[in-house]
Design a protein around this ligand. Structure first.
Ligand SMILES: [Zn+2]
Length: 235
């Protein structure tokens, strides 16, 4: 293989690794943000459940107050009963007492329902709280790991960039700029192997003359379709 091509392939190897690392580094903040979002969603769900619980609790307390008020009312009615002379008024008051007693029963039924709901909701809430705590712990560990990974990537990037800078000093400037232009426009590889007579980049079948040139290893060959620099690899 042409020496200059060999040098450039080493550069391409570093560029490939650099690109991988950069894309990994770019994904990390996205992953961290997604984990934070999941936590925030869980926390919001928990808050909703807590609010619901509080609402039921205060409604239940209000019912208790209502029942107590009705009881006081009945006591008053009973006192009044002793002072009433007219039978009609007496009967009317008795009716009021019966009605108040029925109201108490109804209210107490509702109160029982509320208590049932509280009994069901409280353990669920505790479970959600525990889950959130676990998730938060996991997310924190994950975040620390990812931040460590970012540091490692940064170190490797610096090292690779240094290596690359060293390597390119040996490469012909024109060829290097041609290579870099190709790399930017193709996005993956600027130098590819010929595979079964096809360009390893665009996979189109190459004219025999180009394959011949690449095989000769005397001058650079490039794909007539995509422009990538070609090298011959024994099949
Ligand atoms: Zn091609």
């Amino acid at each position: 293989m042409l020496e200059t091509l060999q040098q450039l392939l080493v550069v391409q190897d570093r560029d490939c690794r650099l690109a991988q690392l950069k894309s990994e580094a770019a994904r990390i903040p996205v992953e961290i943000a997604a984990a934070q979002k999941r936590l925030a969603d869980e926390a919001a769900k928990l808050e909703t459940a807590k609010t619901e619980l509080k609402k039921i609790e205060s409604a239940r307390k209000q019912l208790e107050v209502d029942v107590e008020a009705k009881r006081q009312q009945i006591l008053k009615y009973r006192t009044q009963l002793n002072q009433i002379k007219s039978n009609t008024e007496y009967q009317a008051l008795l009716k009021e007492i019966t009605k108040a007693e029925a109201d108490i029963r109804t209210t107490e039924d509702v109160e029982l329902e509320f208590m049932d709901r509280l009994d069901r909701l409280q353990p669920a809430l505790k479970q959600e709280q525990a889950q959130l705590k676990e998730l938060t712990g996991k997310a924190e560990t994950e975040k620390t790991e990812l931040q460590k990974r970012v540091k490692l990537i940064e170190t490797e990037l610096t090292q690779l960039q240094g290596e690359r800078a060293q390597l390119v000093t040996a490469v012909d400037a024109d060829l290097l700029s041609r290579y870099e232009r190709l790399l930017r426009s193709k996005g993956d590889q600027a130098i590819v192997a010929i595979k079964h007579g096809n360009c390893g980049g665009c996979h189109l079948n190459l004219p025999p003359q180009i394959v011949h040139t690449a095989k000769g290893e005397q001058e650079l060959a490039s794909c007539s379709y995509c422009g990538r620099i070609l090298y011959w690899q024994a099949e």
